[in-house]
Ligand binder design. Structure first.
Ligand code: MLC
Ligand code: AMP
Length: 505
């Protein structure tokens, strides 16, 4: 059957007994073994009544099995919707309802919480744990290890990744087969990935970076991954000698540099280190080169577009920049008011167009129209400029967004919750510099007249709704918020006031 994404990433590895995944405990999973598990899952999902074009929501720990669910979805034409394992039941409930997911797959420990979520959304709840056990596995092993691949076209949807918005509610970015294939092919070629490569994979696989960049490139090139459940310094150091490449968010690199065991010797044989998802400080770039002799390759992307730009593999990897537009991708800097292209060197909004750019937000045509122009250019919400040699520099954001350890956090979502707390008149949530996460969340609260706010209670209260990584690390009480003459809250001033809050570790 013709299913370009399956054929390009998975089908071509059928029958190969070569290693695909190496686990921390030494277990090796071959390409064919992986595909057989995925085929069992595809059979089971079909048995459960899930059809091509349906969605399944997946909130499970990273494991070979969870990756096989992705493969099963591609093979059966089902739209894969991975979710951050830190999301609360309240957060998951929104994604399941909004996407109309037919199945919700979760860890057994969350089943109690999520049962009612699935029920309310009319979805089937199945469990799959980090060790591969669970109701999903028990049922899947009864199924054949071959599945008739469902025919799909390049324009068909392969995945939804939810991304929050400045208005609070998350939007499901619809990614097609062509989006994923074109980007994986381009990146594998640009970064010279081959079947000889062994990628040290410690990123989560519920986001673009770990799934669509790291994994898809490896699948495309036919290489292997050392597949670690999460970033753990000891494990990274232990497995680096067996790897050729690594991808990470800046926090990975600052943590490595903070450890004296990370030496030039340990990194010498590595072919490539890639960074993205958040700004890599120029000083980290320089410190990394000083320590290891390697220049980290920084690239720029986002959920809606996969990767847009990259520093060159050959040629100068310039610190503080995200390089050049990838082949086939157009990048322009425009005036936010007029949409006109600005002269080289001027700061403006970054717009991108190419086969990597998503199809729109699920059932949100107005939101799609606000960000995706009719001519195909996507308004990223990032601000940038081209330097004299054409390298793109990201200088800020036109959107109210905090990036903490590579996770996006939209202040509006937190402000809406804080504003509902008893005694709170209004709130402002800002990102301040943090030595480990790059930025972290601070909430500023203005109490109603005469009220003394109980900050511990407020923290606990928002904690029941919000994933841990979104929760303010500090709440600060102010009599009023700074505003400009138009009445708009001056977040820049607040960020400046609290810039040093987490300065020392
Ligand atoms: C974990 N915690 C975080 C956090 N990650 N807090 C803020 N920001 C984060 N990113 C909190 C936990 O809630 C917990 O809090 C404590 O830190 C320890 O948890 P942990 O699980 O042990 O954390 P750790 O393993 O240290 O995780 C940090 C991290 C991880 C940086 C390794 O967050 C990570 O892997 N980030 C990568 C994110 C990513 O893949 N982004 C790509 C998005 S795609 P407490 O209080 O309970 O102790 C994208 C497009 C593109 O942006 O261009 O790539
Ligand atoms: P997400 O919506 O989670 O995919 O995050 C995408 C956002 O991460 C982009 O819009 C940028 O703001 C940011 N980002 C990704 N890569 C980089 C980078 N190399 N440097 C600075 N910011 C980045």
């Amino acid at each position: 059957m013709n299913n370009p994404l399956y054929d390009t990433f998975f089908g071509k590895h059928r029958g190969k007994t070569t290693p695909f995944l190496r686990l921390a405990d030494g277990t090796v999973i071959t390409h064919d073994g992986f595909l057989q598990t995925a085929a069992q899952y595809a059979n089971l999902l079909t048995d459960l009544g899930v059809k091509a074009g349906d969605r399944i929501a997946v909130q499970i720990a990273k494991s070979p099995q969870s990756l096989a669910v992705y493969c099963a979805c591609v093979q059966a034409g089902i739209i894969f919707l991975p979710l951050n394992t830190a999301y609360t039941a309240e957060e998951v409930s929104y994604f399941v309802e909004n996407s109309g997911a037919r199945v919700l797959l979760c860890d057994e420990s969350r089943a109690g919480d999520l049962n009612s979520v699935a029920k309310a959304a009319n979805a089937i709840l199945e469990t799959l744990n980090g060790d591969g056990s669970g109701s999903f596995t028990t049922k899947a092993v009864e199924h054949p290890v071959r599945f008739d691949t469902v025919a799909r076209g390049e324009d068909d949807l392969a995945a939804f990744l939810y991304t929050s918005g400045t208005t609070g509610r998350s939007k499901g970015a619809m990614l097609t087969q062509a989006n994923l294939m074109s980007n994986a092919k381009t990146l594998a070629e640009e970064w010279r990935f081959t079947e000889q490569d062994v990628l040290l994979h410690a990123l989560p696989i519920f986001h673009t970076h770990g799934l669509f960049v790291a994994t898809n490139i490896t699948l495309f090139a036919g290489g292997q991954m050392i597949f670690l459940p999460k970033f753990d310094l000891d494990q990274i150091l232990a497995h680096m000698p067996d790897a050729t490449t690594m991808m990470g968010v800046p926090t990975f690199y600052t943590r490595l540099l903070d450890d004296a065991r990370f030496t030039k010797d340990l990194a010498q044989h590595m072919r490539l280190f890639v960074s993205g998802s958040a700004p890599l400080l120029a000083e980290t770039h320089v410190a990394f080169e000083t320590r290891t002799g390697h220049r980290i390759l920084e690239r720029y992307g986002m959920t809606e577009t996969n990767m847009n730009t990259s520093n060159p593999y050959d040629g100068e990897r310039r610190a503080g920049t995200v390089g050049f537009a990838l082949p086939g991708v157009e990048v322009k800097i425009t005036d936010a008011d007029t949409g006109e292209i600005l002269p080289q060197g001027e700061i403006g909004q970054i717009e991108v167009r190419g086969p990597n750019v998503f199809k729109g937000y699920w059932q949100m045509p107005e939101k799609t129209a606000e960000e995706l122009r009719e001519d195909g250019f996507f308004i990223t919400g990032d601000l940038g400029q081209f330097d004299a040699d054409g390298y793109l520099q990201i200088v800020g954001r036109n959107k109210d967004l905090i990036i903490s350890g590579g996770y996006n956090i939209y202040p509006k979502e937190i402000e809406l919750l804080l504003d509902e707390e008893e005694g709170v008149l209004e709130s402002a949530v800002i990102g301040v510099p943090h030595p480990d996460f790059g930025e972290t969340v601070v909430g500023i609260l203005v109490p109603r007249a005469g009220v003394e706010l109980d900050l511990d209670r407020i923290k606990a209260s928002v904690g029941t709704s919000l994933a841990r990584f979104k929760q303010p690390q500090k709440l600060i009480v102010l009599p009023e918020l700074p505003r400009n003459t138009m009445g708009k809250v001056q977040k820049k001033a607040l960020r400046e006031d609290y810039a040093e809050l987490f300065a020392a570790k």
